[in-house]
Design a protein around this ligand. Structure first.
Ligand code: EPU
Length: 344
């Protein structure tokens, strides 16, 4: 992989004016940018930034566009991350370290590792988006989070104009959070290293996987996760969506106890620090929003945590719907929901 190659090499980056982003966000919102570009090599990050600065425009990089809400017009440069590459970089008795270009499709990367006989990512199968976006929100599903497999990443720091390496501690990961989420647009992730355990054990604790036998192989878990996701979540290729639209709120034990006293069926998941994670989907459904529609925007009839584009939804409708949900949940339960996808 050439991702950490010298920046001195001169690389030309083509800018396309009036760039249509409609096909590049999974919510399927109509959106355009003043300029569009594609990054296929880490060495293009510096000249791209230089070009954006010469034009006095901001620069944002999009991966799969699966965790964003796009405004109708972005007055800047939007670059699509397309750096490819996957390789085993080291092996010890306990782990295999694999490096990926940031533009690799996440699900395809998971399938590739399992096909190579390198299990460990199968619970994260089927998540839309790219490798480079995965650390930004520390993606998680079915009892596994990216942080569990993360080694390091290389990113171009647009403030310092230099490539930097982040190890796990430097990323400051927590539930759907990282240092990158707190500094939107500053770092352009170009490659990611993940560690896959040589002594692998299936992780079957999450509902939907706990009926599998203990000696199940990773490929079967992968297929099961994909099937469970397909049965529960709308497919963005048919009905535009950005996955979970809100974080599951984490509240103090006292707040959780008070809520459980009046809502005995409320799901709650104890956290290591004594707090409790609540189900945003449950709070939203109880507030009467499952299947609710507002213009072209709506709440999925299949999963209350997923906002969908039923056809022709606008960013304003999505924002209004998110606001109505947030206020209703706050009024009824006193819990504040935090939006997961970033508004760009
Ligand atoms: N529920 C409802 N109504 C619904 C759907 C779910 O009340 O319409 C309740 C059920 O009681 C269910 C509970 O919510 O037991 C939890 O639902 P689910 O297992 O589907 O998980 P989630 O907490 O809603 C999280 C992630 C998903 C991930 C799943 C599976 C967040 C914000 N979301 O959802 O991630 O796929 O767990 O691990 O943490 C994403 O981030 O885009 C995403 C889809």
């Amino acid at each position: 992989m050439s991702v950490t190659a010298s920046l001195s090499a001169s690389h030309h980056v083509e800018l396309t004016p009036d760039f249509d982003l409609s096909a590049h966000n999974t919510l399927g919102l109509e959106a355009r940018a003043r300029f569009g570009a594609t990054i296929t090599n880490a060495n293009e990050a510096a000249p791209l930034l230089e070009e954006a600065r010469r034009l006095d425009l901001p620069l944002r990089v999009l991966g799969g566009g699966s965790n964003v809400v796009l405004r109708p017009f972005y007055d800047g440069v939007v670059a699509r991350m397309s750096i490819k590459g996957r390789a085993v970089v080291s092996q010890t008795p306990s782990e295999t370290v694999v490096e990926f270009g940031a533009g690799e499709d996440w699900h395809e990367a998971v399938c590739w590792t399992v096909a190579q006989g390198l299990p460990g990512l199968e619970n994260l199968a089927g998540i839309p988006g790219t490798m480079g976006a995965a650390p930004v929100q520390n993606i998680g599903a079915y009892g596994c989070e990216l942080v569990d497999r993360f080694v390091s990443l290389v990113a171009f720091d647009t403030s310092e104009q230099a490539m930097v390496t982040f190890d796990r501690a430097a990323c400051n990961f927590s539930y759907r959070q990282s240092v990158f989420k707190g500094t939107p647009g500053r770092f352009i992730v170009v490659s990611v290293k993940l560690s896959l355990p040589r002594e692998w054990r299936p992780n079957l604790a999450y509902p939907g996987l706990n009926q599998l036998p203990e000696d199940v192989d990773a490929a079967t878990i992968l297929d099961t996760v994909v099937a469970v996701r397909q049965s529960k979540l709308p497919d963005w290729r048919r009905t535009g969506n950005a996955g979970s639209f809100f974080h599951n709120p984490i509240v103090s034990a006292d707040v959780a106890n008070q809520l459980t006293a009046s809502h005995i069926n409320m799901p709650r998941y104890p956290q290591a620090d004594g707090r409790a994670k609540l189900s945003a989907a449950w709070l939203i459904e109880q507030s009467g929003f499952k299947g609710y529609r507002l213009g072209g925007a709506g709440v999925s009839e299949r999963h209350a945590l997923v906002l969908v584009n039923n056809g022709g939804a606008t960013q304003a409708e999505i924002a209004e719907l998110a606001e109505r949900i947030t206020s209703a949940v706050r009024d009824r339960f006193g819990v504040s929901l935090v939006q997961e996808p970033e508004l760009i």
